[in-house]
Ligand binder design. Sequence first.
Ligand code: SF4
Ligand code: FES
Length: 236
Amino acid sequence: MKQFFLDGAPVPFEDGDTLMAAATRAGHQVPHLCWHPQLAPSGACRLCTVQVDGRMTAACTTRASEGLEVHNHTPELTALRRQLTQMLFVEGNHYCPGCEKSGNCELQSTAYALGMADMRHELLMPQRPVDASHPDLWLDHNRCILCKLCLRASRELDGKDVFAIGGYGAHTQLLVNAPDGRLGASALQADDHAAHICPVGALLPKRRGFAIPIGQRHCDTTPPPPLPQDADHGPT
Ligand code: SF4
Ligand code: FES
């Protein structure tokens, strides 16, 4: 079988595999927020950036090829991924202690794994709405990181087209395909894949808040392994 090398370890792959798909299948962890094994990659978050022949590239959109030397865990990549994560916190309104997703949140656990202790920049604190119009689901735009997982799951798994991305720059936002632009008038149903795929606390079910106590949640009990730290953030 063909193989490439991830931090020196051989990773077998099949034709058409991305670096991310093959590495994950082989049991390696490449940090990511917008990749899902059942969905086409979108390259939205760049958290999966790796180094291939000295060049930075997204592991979720780069095809594997024979003999490639890929670096995943280096202090430089940790620093880059931490900056990207800090910007996600800065651009939205993420108050982890009061968020229902705390302990189950991919953004929060990624920040911990990266050793992120501050935001580094001033918070933008944008004014964003909460859409509570759906009988079974909340959409809190304050926490949306524009990963497009809900959008792709709706199209590719549910056969619907509930979400889109609109706007530019700081005004980019998740749009809802409904006459009034709100979730309650959309085709989204509580058991859709799209309703359960959000990696943060932006799209949540109603009436199930804190069903699992904080401290006993997935990331509380199975924290991601720490990544190599750069000079500003402690020993490697
Ligand atoms: Fe991603 Fe959640 Fe925002 Fe959808 S609502 S784009 S899944 S963060
Ligand atoms: Fe690759 Fe988000 S996981 S860009």
